[in-house]
Design a protein around this ligand. Structure first.
Ligand code: CP
Length: 310
């Protein structure tokens, strides 16, 4: 067992193993009054977040606690990072105090890989909880778990990822994982929100959401990441909403069985209408619930299982 740094590093067998474990854990906990398994008793998991998070940080904490690990949360603002301590020294300190696993979110793409390199040989594993615009592998795993719940196997399914692909680590991880699982991915975005080199990705690209909707099995809306757009936002919020926002009229263009996903946090009224977000077609709350089981599965494979995750 080593680290989980990217969805790109997961082959079909490893990804399926994590998803199957997550499903088994979900079934094992179903209807239980006390959601506690002894699996990681005596293990210490540290979450180290240099960027804001609600879903990922809390669900990793819940996942660790439901598996009886000791979970310690470190935020950049309340730690010696605020005094200028480097990422490397912070990581080595956490390893020295006994962390078996460090869950890291960082604004720099590649930070989790650097951390894993520094911690090599210490026995501390690293999970990437989102690094810059690079990857967010556990988000892609929980998205796949949610799609499997609703659609069954994903091979041959057509999934659109819509919106701010340029700044989205969720999009990059989903492109890797969904294609590994055999799904077809179409990116739907204005040209200004697509990365250079997207033509080399294993996807098709469209600028016209309405034309894609009737042939989809799932539509995944992305958050528009204004905080990463230092040069301003183009198209404007109004133009974006008109062309790419999923409203009730567009929902009617989707096949009956098609699923609506959003990684959160949502910008209601811009990326998605409230009536759509709160409709039974949307699996957004299921995504959050599955996030706990998927993160339990990742911790299990890294700290208690026999197969390497990535
Ligand atoms: N989807 C996601 O990563 O949400 P948080 O930023 O709240 O963790």
């Amino acid at each position: 067992m080593r680290h989980l740094l990217s969805a790109e590093g997961l082959d079909l067998a490893a990804a399926t193993a994590v998803l199957d474990t997550a499903d088994s854990l979900k079934q094992a906990l179903l209807g239980r009054e006390v959601r506690k398994l002894p699996t990681l008793r005596g293990r210490t998991v540290v979450t180290m977040f240099y960027e804001n998070s609600t879903r990922t940080r809390v669900s990793f904490e819940v996942a660790g606690k439901w598996m009886s690990a000791d979970v310690v949360n470190v935020s950049a603002s309340g730690s010696s990072v605020g005094k200028g301590e480097s990422l490397r020294d912070t990581a080595l300190t956490l390893s020295a105090v006994g962390a078996d696993c460090v869950i890291v979110r960082h604004p720099a793409s590649g930070a989790a890989h650097r951390l894993a390199g520094w911690l090599d040989g210490t026995g501390t594993c690293v999970v990437n909880a989102g690094d810059g615009t690079h990857e967010h592998p556990t988000q892609a795993l929980l998205d796949a778990a949610t799609l499997r719940d609703r659609l069954g196997e994903l091979a041959g399914r057509r999934v659109a990822i819509v919106g701010d692909v340029l700044h989205s680590r969720v999009a990059r991880s989903n492109v890797h994982l969904l294609t590994t699982l055999g799904a077809e991915v179409v990116l739907v975005a204005p040209p200004t929100l697509l990365p250079v080199g997207v033509d080399t990705w294993p996807v098709t690209v469209s600028h016209h959401l309405d034309a894609e909707l009737p042939s989809l099995d799932a539509v995944m809306l992305l958050r528009v990441q204004a905080e990463r757009m230092h040069g301003g936002f183009f198209p404007s919020a109004k133009e974006y909403s008109l062309a790419y926002g999923l409203n009730q009229a567009r929902l009617r263009l989707l096949p009956e069985h098609a699923v609506v996903l959003h990684p959160g946090p949502m910008l209601r009224g811009m990326e998605i209408a409230s009536a759509v977000a709160d409709s039974p077609r949307a699996a957004i709350t299921d995504q959050v619930r599955n996030g706990v089981h998927v993160r339990m599965a990742v911790l299990y494979h890294l700290l208690a299982g026999e197969e390497a995750v990535a």
